[in-house]
Ligand binder design. Structure first.
Ligand SMILES: NC(=O)c1ccc[n+]([C@@H]2O[C@H](COP(=O)([O-])OP(=O)(O)OC[C@H]3O[C@@H](n4cnc5c(N)ncnc54)[C@H](OP(=O)(O)O)[C@@H]3O)[C@@H](O)[C@H]2O)c1
Length: 306
């Protein structure tokens, strides 16, 4: 091989994937900041432009449409609320498909309905775009250091092609199979989060009713096999009424409803999550939607005082 060829090969090897992020809410913003810090070129779009300011100040290119993100990127990571939002930014006015080109792949990190996700992948294929499912566990606090846990599904070859990017975003990656699978597993994870937050909230409420310090309750729980990351960390904020959102209660309610819809589609009865859906829906109705999902404790407190 000639020296010049060798040099070209090295340059090609070093060249980083041009990434786009659509949806710079709490999670998308943190993922973007970490990718910029890791040396990637980043183009971003958010429906509410002000939420791109932090990324802009850190070196991201801010554009005015998903179409423009597509034109500037090889891999677009979508981090929006739900399936309807994904469809809008993908296929709506000035959507991703309007900016399609041969080298474009899409990875959807939003937590969405797996049945909808499959349909969305199929529609992308009509435009010759491969869409991967890449939902994650962990919030902005761990996204900022690339310590999310990423679940992947879709076309394995394409997933492997972008594995280096996914490895930057997450410290653990699990590839799970065909279109939609990762979203179904992610929802099963959020089912755990829902039950843990509720179990802690009801335990704390019960010990408080007997004037027992909830810290003692947590210290005992955390001395046992039944401790969790949530009981060891967020729970101590919960007992101090600290509910600054890293993941809003409204977004968890959105996921709970997606879980119940998905259970229906797959023909399974999940009795607990149906009850949780009613509790979280009422909490949102009563104005608790914008605080952290662990604020379900504050809602339960309110139901006991009225
Ligand atoms: N935060 C977490 O810990 C976490 C962890 C894992 C997964 N997730 C998932 O990641 C996704 C984003 O969560 P987040 O916490 O970043 O939520 P967030 O802060 O509420 O951000 C939601 C994002 O979705 C956009 N969006 C909502 N509806 C839209 C629509 N119709 N068209 C276009 N954009 C729309 C919002 O744009 P605007 O700014 O214009 O409203 C914003 O960029 C959700 O699916 C969530 O379940 C979150």
């Amino acid at each position: 091989m000639k020296n010049a060829d060798k040099k070209t090969l090295t340059v090609q090897k070093k060249k980083k994937v041009r990434i786009g992020i659509i949806g710079t809410g709490m999670l998308g913003n943190a993922v973007g900041l970490h990718l910029l810090k890791s040396g990637f070129d980043l183009t971003v779009y958010n429906r509410t432009k002000e939420k791109t300011n932090e990324l802009k100040n850190s070196g991201a290119k801010v554009v005015d449409s998903p179409k423009s993100v597509a034109e500037n990127s090889e891999l677009i990571i979508i981090v929006v609320k739900d399936a309807d939002a994904v469809k809008k930014i993908a296929f709506g006015k000035n959507g991703i498909v309007k900016g399609r080109h041969a080298g474009l792949t899409v990875a959807d990190m939003s937590t969405i309905n797996p049945v909808e996700s499959k349909k969305i992948s199929k529609k992308f294929l009509k435009y010759k775009i491969i869409k991967l499912d890449t939902p994650v566990m962990g919030g902005p606090n761990v996204a900022i250091t690339g310590d999310l846990v990423l679940m992947g599904s879709g076309d394995k070859k394409t997933f492997d092609r972008f594995k280096n990017v996914f490895k930057k975003i997450a410290n653990k990656i699990f590839f799970l199979g065909g279109d939609g699978t990762a979203h179904l597993v992610k929802l099963s994870m959020n089912l755990q989060i829902t039950m843990l937050a509720l179990a802690l909230s009801e335990g704390i409420t019960l010990v408080r009713s007997a004037k027992v310090d909830p810290k003692i309750f947590l210290d005992i729980l955390n001395s046992t096999y039944f401790k969790t990351g949530m009981s060891e960390n967020k729970a101590y904020k919960m007992i101090h009424n600290e509910f600054d959102a890293t993941f809003t209660l409204a977004n968890l309610k959105k996921d709970i409803s997606t879980i119940t819809d998905t259970a229906k589609s797959f023909g399974v009865n999940l009795p607990m999550i149906k009850k949780a859906e009613k509790i979280y829906a009422d909490a949102v109705k009563n104005g608790f939607g914008d605080i952290d999902y662990t604020g379900i404790l504050a809602y339960i407190k309110k139901t006991n005082s009225s």
